[in-house]
Each structure stands twice: as C-alpha cells, then as structure tokens.
Design a protein around this ligand. Structure first.
Ligand SMILES: [Zn+2]
Length: 320
C-alpha cells in the first residue's frame, strides 16, 4: 500500500517500485488523500477538457490511467480537498486535508488498511525541506497515526479487525540520485534538467556524494532496482497531462541514462516488526525482506522477469 497526497505523486515517487512488485504478483493498493483540485494547469493542451468536466474529474481520470500503467489493483480516494501550496487561498477551506481533524482522517485510513491488510506501507517522511506542501506534511501524520491505530484493537473498533503492518517506508528523492544523474549529463556535454533545481541551493551542485557502490548514507536504508521498469514509470508520469509540462525533467531524463547511472528508487525504512536482510554493502534491496509467508506468487513467467530485470526493451524505450 502506498499513501500519497495528490494525483501524480504516485507517478513521481516510487512508481518504478510499484511496477516491479506488481509484475512480481504483489497486490498494489494506492490511497490518494486529496483530489488535487488546487493544482495549477501546467499544460495548456488540457485547458478545454478542464473547462468541460472540471479539474477534479480530469485529475481522477489521469490518476486512473497512471494506476493502470503501474499495475495498481485498487485505488482509494481518502476524500479530502487539496490544501494548495502555502500562502494560497485554498489553505483556508474547511474541507481541505490540512485542516482535517487528525483523528477523523486517521479513522478513514484505518478502515482502508484493515480492509486491504497490507504487509508493507510506503508514504512520506516528516522532512519536507524541499517541498513543504501542507498535504504532504499531513499525509505523513495521518499515515503514521493510522499504521499505529490499525494494529490496536481498542482504536476505531467499528473500522474492521486490527491489522499490523510489517514494514513502513518513506519514499525519498535522494540527492545522490540527482547529483549522479546531473554529473552524468554534464560529462556527456548535454544540458542537465536538474541544473535549475540545484542552482536554487548554493553549493548543492558541488556536494560530494558517494557512488552507487557505497554503503547507505544520508538516512537511506533501502533501494529498489527499477531499471527494468522505467517505461512503466514514464507512462504513469505521462498520464498526468494537466500537471506535467512536456519539458518536465521527469519526462526529459532519458531512461537509458537512468538505467546506466542510477537505476534505483530510494527509501528510508521507518518501522519494521521483522528482521530485515541487507546486501554486502548494507543496503536492503527488497521491501518485502524478512516477511515470511508472502501471500502472492509471481504471475509473470520467470523468463520474462529475468529479462525485465536485466535489460531495457528497446521497443518500449522508443515508444515512450
Ligand atoms: Zn503532491
């Protein structure tokens, strides 16, 4: 189960991981806390559609297409209004997520957790230095409160049978990933899509970071190799046409460069009730490590999976 704030967050944060585990046969479930109604229309080609059916409907359709691209089997809307970026008018709406009563919002998510009974839950950390969106901050608070409450029979007794989640992760957008890709662009004498972001924080572009052969650092614990699932990630991003301009760095970073330089999505393991395993460098490489009795089996043939993990399909690459 992943718990995200807005439609499109599931596409930009950890989406390759979902595509991978869904291909392996895991049941992937998405909870999106808000309808994303306050998102700016970044792509003018969608303006007519928004005028016709409204922003919420456009974004929900985009979300459904993104879920399909990644292999999510189930989508739950938590049902709150987007709270908008700090300092905007929608901050004051009483029905927005940031203003929601914590216990009431927690109860909604507890009901979903107890119904879906996930082994692993992925959400955001409580650190929002680079992107202090009120809905992302609230997502962390509600998700962590719901993880604890869902396991406690005394809390929300009418919301289903208690369920303990084995492991909780924070999805991270690591500085290693950004800098290693940024430098790979510069080495190839092509403009880096990360330059603008890096220029915002003086000194960041020159920060020393470890290569991918180094042990975990910067608070990360876990990285998932998603090199074979970049086409699905790209398709899920592209589904959010109203939010992602055609020249967004999410869409312009070439998949073959990502596959070569940093084919990972990064996580911080926030909680675990099982003993995890790590590789020789100290990285946990499987969010299900340590969980016995997995209730899912690979649905794709073994050969197809080996292929997906070890190579990029040139046809998929061209069509994306
Ligand atoms: Zn968001």
């Amino acid at each position: 189960m992943t718990v995200h704030a807005h439609p499109d967050d599931e596409a930009s944060k950890g989406s390759g991981t979902i595509a991978k585990y869904a291909a392996l046969g895991a049941r992937a479930v998405l909870v999106t806390c808000t309808g994303g109604e306050a998102g700016d229309v970044i792509n003018p080609t969608v303006t007519d559609e928004i005028a016709a059916i409204g922003m919420a409907a456009v974004r929900e359709a985009e979300l459904e297409a993104s879920c399909q691209a990644l292999g999510y089997e189930s989508l739950h809307m938590l049902g709150y209004h987007d709270s908008g970026m700090p300092g905007t008018e929608v901050n004051a709406r009483p029905d927005n997520f940031a203003n929601a009563d914590l216990d009431e919002a927690t109860g909604r998510l507890v009901r979903i957790i107890r119904a879906e009974r996930p082994q692993v839950l992925v959400t955001y950390s409580d650190r929002h230095d680079f992107y202090p969106h009120p809905d992302h901050i609230k997502t962390n608070q509600v998700a962590m409160a719901a993880v604890a409450a869902a396991a406690d029979a005394d809390r929300y007794p009418d919301a289903g049978l208690p369920h303990e989640i084995s492991k909780v992760y924070y999805v991270e957008f690591s500085i290693q990933m950004i800098l290693l890709l940024h430098r790979a662009f510069l080495e190839r004498n092509v403009p880096s899509p990360f330059s603008e972001f890096l220029e915002r924080i003086p000194g960041l572009a020159d920060l020393e970071v470890d290569g991918i052969d180094a042990p975990p650092t910067n608070g990360l614990t876990t990285r998932i190799n998603i090199g074979g699932f970049l086409a699905q990630r790209r398709a899920s991003l592209a589904a959010h046409r109203s939010q992602i301009p055609d020249d967004s760095f999410f869409l312009t970073v070439p998949d073959e460069l990502v596959a070569e330089v940093y084919p990972y999505e990064d996580y911080l393991r926030a909680q675990s009730v099982v003993a995890v395993s790590v590789d020789e460098r100290g990285w946990e490489t499987d969010v299900f490590s340590g969980i016995d009795g997995l209730v899912w089996e690979p649905t794709a043939g073994l050969e197809a999976l080996v292929e997906a993990f070890t190579s990029m399909d040139p046809e998929i690459e061209q069509s994306s």
